[in-house]
Write a protein that binds this ligand. Structure first.
Ligand code: GTP
Ligand code: MG
Length: 237
């Protein structure tokens, strides 16, 4: 049974645009008047680690094993709904080419991101050892974004494999910077849906926590409504 059948009620909205960013960037807010909370996630990582493959699994559950090297050019974004403990939330995933990280796209890609999915290929250690540079980029350009680690191509084995010890060492070096770690295979479609569902849960929990704190401090931002907040519901009853 494919994992994606778990939340069939949610429509998938996909935008694709190259070079020109037409829509306004999403604001970091918990509940917009127009719909469920929407969390922006950016894919980061070296050329060829499978970011676009993750994006396609997220967008329409497809996979293509490319024989020719085709790098992503420009930006893609796609949204998808998840139900977290009875609350609808939306994730909007952004993808760009590993080669484009330093290009003019850079700052708008990072801006307003709630999370970054830091991707590497488990069969290529170089794509793993370079991740600290990406963490620096994220911290500098996407203030407050949570960072999740994703090892793709778990179906592959090789001599240049990233080991569990490498991952443990990296986790130790990062301190508490990482909010989640996953191993997936886009080819086998293993772990992809569970990863996004878990990210949605972590992001929503964090947003609820921030909102509760702001309410305690009596600061509710315009565009946010307390209706979706579970703790508020309990108080009302
Ligand atoms: N075996 C295997 N191959 C994969 C997997 N995910 C992606 N690939 C292959 O890896 C190659 C690169 O994947 P992409 O998704 O294009 O990588 P990318 O990170 O988007 O690359 P850039 O756009 O250049 O940054 C393609 O040939 C994919 O078919 C996987 O889980 N297993
Ligand atoms: Mg790509």
């Amino acid at each position: 049974m494919p994992e994606q059948t778990i939340a069939p009620e949610h429509a998938i909205i996909t935008y694709s645009f190259k070079f020109i960013e037409k829509s306004p960037l999403p604001k970091k807010s918990l509940t917009m008047a127009t719909g469920p909370p929407n969390y922006k996630i950016i894919l980061c990582g070296e050329y060829g680690v499978g970011k676009s493959s993750i994006f396609r699994r997220f967008m329409n559950d497809t996979f293509t094993l490319e024989t020719s090297k085709k790098s992503t050019i420009g930006l893609d974004q796609s949204s998808r709904g998840f139900n977290i403990n009875g609350t609808d939330v939306k994730l909007t995933l952004w993808d760009t080419g590993g080669m484009e990280r330093m290009s003019f796209i850079g700052s708008s890609y990072y801006r307003g991101a709630h999370a970054a999915l830091l991707c590497y290929s488990v069969k290529n250690k170089e794509t793993f050892t370079i991740l600290s540079q990406y963490i620096l980029d994220i911290v500098m350009n996407a203030e407050g974004a949570k960072i999740f680690l994703c090892g793709n191509m778990a179906d592959c084995e090789g001599e240049n494999q990233v080991t569990d010890i490498d991952i443990e060492n990296f986790e130790r070096e990062c301190g508490d910077v990482l909010s989640g770690m996953y191993k997936i295979s886009c080819k086998d479609n293993s772990g992809v849906f569970d990863m996004f569902k878990d990210m949605a849960r972590v992001l929503h929990q964090e947003a609820l926590g921030k909102m509760t704190l702001r309410r305690e401090l009596n600061v509710i931002r315009p565009g946010e409504s307390p209706e979706n907040d579970e703790s508020q519901k309990k108080k009302c009853c």
